[in-house]
Design a protein around this ligand. Structure first.
Ligand SMILES: [Zn+2]
Ligand SMILES: [Zn+2]
Length: 137
């Protein structure tokens, strides 16, 4: 049995895919619902506005964005992972992205380019949010 300490509450739990204990995972799902619902009503918001309106922690909102769960229909601004500049998609701003690309070996570049993974992710997200009250994954 692979026991871990939950990074949220510190409780011991059996390791799963979510890196969270079942309680915190459930709470996270509820909070993601709240954020998704809020974002459905508005077109554009900053992370701070989302946190204020929903009471969900910034960390969780950021995690949702990085998983590609809130892109597509709404524009959410958040800081570039590298320099902190305000961006609305991906993990890095355009200039950090460019620099990263120029440093990457050729065979890994493909994944970072437009038309690669990110686009198909967004398409899935649209299908997901398009459904009325779809279940949890
Ligand atoms: Zn926990
Ligand atoms: Zn940057």
């Amino acid at each position: 049995m692979d026991l871990r300490n939950c990074p949220e509450c510190g409780k011991l739990y059996i390791n799963n895919n979510f890196q969270l204990c079942p309680d915190c995972r459930q709470r996270e799902l509820d909070e993601e619902d709240k954020v998704a619902q809020y974002l459905r009503e508005i077109a554009k918001a900053s992370i701070a506005e989302i946190c204020q309106a929903t009471g969900v922690k910034e960390k969780i909102v950021l995690r949702m964005i990085k998983r590609g769960r809130v892109t597509g229909q709404v524009e959410v601004s958040y800081p570039c992972e590298h320099c902190g500049r305000s961006i609305t998609e991906g993990l890095l701003c355009a200039s950090c992205n460019e620099r990263l690309l120029s440093e990457l070996p050729a065979e890994t570049k493909r994944e970072w380019q437009p038309g690669g993974q990110k686009l198909s992710q967004r398409r899935n997200e649209k299908m997901y949010t398009g459904r009325v009250q779809s279940g949890k994954d």
